[in-house]
Design a protein around this ligand. Structure first.
Ligand code: ADP
Length: 319
């Protein structure tokens, strides 16, 4: 392969820029031509594609968001949309494409590969909901953003002797909530994969109050439901003053952590290696600190699992 493309798609995640940088620099290092596709699959169908040089990715390793922008496209889900995208790539002479995004984006990459255009998926999402990799790019940064926010909320929770319900992102996965719960010493973590009963959460809060606890923090994953309603129920049941914070999109922004930058660099480079070998239809990941790759369809047919040992530990430490 002599000419490859790279795009970012779906929800943005801190570290996507570091991955784009790694793809571009690694490709140029191996004397490939590399093209940036703007606005995800939408831009791919429109031919919004520009040649990247070494300098195109200068000064972006530390930036959140994605310099290639991201978009969601319904049209691309159709055969015609995918055909349109392939024609645009053929016009320029691209032979392979690296897709940085979440599982929706990987479905698109799998479809293009099926149609004869080799693609490699790089997991970029704060949700950590992709099997075949221990971490996705952006997860560590988002976790640290949550940890920092909860520390601040804890200060005011203590001053006012309140219970706080903090809703965090993660779509259908509980990873962000679970990790944040452990890192912040939350009283309860409510995740979609294993719902602690409402009675048990209430009993824990009441035990804490009897012991003279000044505050309680409950971390609720967005996949479980609405934090505001959950907070109301808690207040009605316990009669303790309860406030709710929905952290929202601050979790998706900000400068990527050192870990995410390194992960993005390793995975972006591996994606280029695979395309150079003429391989498509794979996703890259990191497992036990080794860079690995898997069949993308197999990954899409596997259900992501949260680490239940960590969930147990979180319960044991918050008695
Ligand atoms: P993420 O990649 O973060 O999971 P989405 O689920 O929104 O984000 O997917 C991003 C884009 O990937 C969609 O807007 C769509 O263009 C493309 N995509 C999603 N699912 C499919 C599919 N089944 N077939 C083809 N393309 C898809």
């Amino acid at each position: 392969m002599k000419k490859i493309g790279v795009l970012t798609s779906g929800g943005d995640a801190p570290g996507m820029n570091a991955a784009v940088r790694a793809v571009v620099r690694k490709a140029i290092y191996h004397e490939l031509e590399v093209y940036g596709v703007y606005n995800g699959y939408e831009g791919l169908m429109e031919g919004n594609i520009k040649k990247m040089e070494l300098g195109s990715v200068g000064d972006i390793i530390q930036r959140g968001g994605t310099v290639l922008y991201s978009a969601r496209s319904e049209e691309f889900k159709t055969d015609e949309g995918q055909q349109k995208a392939i024609e645009q790539m053929k016009k320029i002479g691209l032979e392979g494409l690296i897709v940085i995004g979440g599982d929706g984006s990987f479905r698109g990459a799998a479809k293009l590969t099926e149609k004869g255009f080799p693609c490699i998926g790089v997991p970029g999402t704060i949700d950590n909901d992709i099997p075949g990799t221990d971490y996705t790019i952006g997860f560590d940064t988002a976790l640290n953003t949550i940890v920092d926010a909860v520390d601040k909320i804890r200060d005011t929770a203590t001053s006012h002797e309140r219970t706080y319900v903090i809703e965090v992102m993660g779509r259908d996965a509980g990873d962000l909530a679970l990790w944040a719960g452990l890192a912040n010493g939350a009283e309860s973590v409510i995740i979609p994969e294993k719902q602690e009963s409402f009675e048990s959460v209430v009993a824990k809060l009441e035990r804490g109050q009897e012991r003279g606890k000044k505050h309680s923090i409950i971390i609720l994953a967005e996949g479980v439901g609405n934090g505001v309603e959950y907070g109301k129920k808690i207040e009605e049941e316990t009669k303790m003053e309860t406030r709710v914070t929905v952290l929202g999109h601050i979790q998706r922004g900000g400068s990527p952590s050192g870990y995410d930058r390194v992960l993005a660099s390793r995975l972006g480079a591996k994606a280029v290696d695979l395309l150079m070998e003429g391989v498509g239809g794979r996703m890259v990941g990191v497992q036990n600190n080794l860079v690995v790759d898997h069949d993308i369809i197999e990954i899409l047919n596997t259900k992501h699992k949260v680490n239940m040992n960590m969930y147990e530990l979180s319960n044991q430490l918050s008695i």
